[in-house]
Design a protein around this ligand. Structure first.
Ligand SMILES: Cc1ncc(C[n+]2csc(CCOP(=O)(O)OP(=O)(O)O)c2C)c(N)n1
Ligand code: SF4
Ligand SMILES: [Mg+2]
Length: 310
């Protein structure tokens, strides 16, 4: 095909059927179905070029999500989704990188990687499907399991203090942090959408029931089950007296205070700031080096670097 023919091809509309891949294999009632449905909605609305979307994950029930989305993607090593995504994001800043995974994958085995992805402010969107249990391996205690929860690893009930995801992410340096619930599909969709629009390391913690091993873990946050889904009211900067009491998403100390509320806590955007991404900083550095060595090919630059190391 010649290039003039290529330039006349209309880009395909990004529809749910274009995005749908294998049929999900989650258990009936698993909260992860809603996350997938919301992700389809966000992508359909965004109309990003289909070929520029990448969906990555570690290992776990939640981490199976890339199988069910027809984009570039990978189901990678347990806990290693963030390093993989870091490489993809830095080497191909033109792509939209989405990472999906569970509480075990993100806060346990992958906890260290999460910290470094956040402090480097890698440009990607990470959706953590938090069911407070290791679902795939059939009910072990996870880093977000509540004290007293009986599992195969804690038959007498969990005794360790659970991780507070929002506080952990604030301390690590994530530049967008939101929290939502899989049963609140509109809110969930809005949060993923805002995270996607954010430039930098954006994270959405989604409370997502494991109907098999921890059903009803999040009832107190689910209005359908008599609980209360309390949404953070963000400042509108409209000079009204009501605005005094609203949350300034750029205020880190205020975000900590909101994250400290007792379970089920609050939902919405806790924190959102702009800080240079590692993608931008690396690009500046690469451009500066290329400027100095404009006469050299990439291979020659690499060879010179190796020669200096000898
Ligand atoms: C290196 C390594 N360690 C342990 C495992 C076993 N393993 C697979 S999934 C998983 C936990 C998954 O829990 P979570 O991330 O919360 O996902 P969920 O299944 O609950 O969605 C573990 C421990 C593995 N596959 N690889
Ligand atoms: S075991 Fe739990 S997390 Fe895994 S698919 Fe079933 S309901 Fe979902
Ligand atoms: Mg889990």
């Amino acid at each position: 095909m010649n290039t003039s023919t290529l330039s006349t091809i209309e880009p395909c509309k990004l529809t749910k059927s274009a995005l749908t891949s294998d049929k999900p294999t989650w258990c009936p009632g698993c909260g992860d179905y809603s996350v997938l449905a919301s992700f389809y909605k966000v992508l359909e609305k965004s109309q990003l070029p289909h070929e520029n979307i990448v969906t990555l994950a570690g290992i776990g029930c939640s981490s199976r999500l890339p199988y069910f989305v027809n984009t570039h993607g990978a189901h990678f090593i347990h806990g290693r989704a963030v390093p993989l995504a870091t490489g993809v994001s830095l080497s191909r800043p033109d792509l939209h990188v989405f990472v999906f995974g569970g509480d075990g994958d993100g806060f346990s085995i992958g906890g260290n990687h999460l910290e470094h992805g956040a402090r480097k402010n890698i440009d990607l969107t990470y959706v953590i499907m938090d069911n407070s249990v290791y679902g795939m391996t059939k009910k072990q205690t996870s880093p977000t399991s509540p004290v007293g929860f009986k599992t195969k690893t804690d038959p007498g009930g969990a005794v360790d203090q659970p991780v507070n995801p929002v506080k952990k992410l604030l301390a690590a340096g994530a530049t967008f942090i939101a929290r939502t619930h899989a049963a609140q599909v509109n809110h969930l969709t809005q949060m993923i959408e805002r995270a996607m629009d954010h430039e930098g390391f954006s994270v959405v913690e989604v409370l997502s029931d494991c109907s098999n091993f921890f059903p009803d873990a999040f009832d107190p946050a689910n209005p359908r089950k008599g609980g209360e889904f309390k949404i953070i009211e963000e400042k509108k900067w409209d000079q009204t007296p009501e605005d005094e009491g609203r949350h300034d998403v750029t205020n880190e100390a205020a975000a900590y205070r909101l994250a400290d509320q007792p379970f089920p806590g609050l939902f919405g955007v806790f924190y959102e700031v702009n800080r240079p991404t590692k993608n931008d900083l690396e690009e500046m550095w690469i451009d500066a080096v290329r400027g100095k060595l404009a006469h050299c090919t990439d291979l020659e630059i690499l060879q010179q670097t190796f020669d200096r190391m000898k």
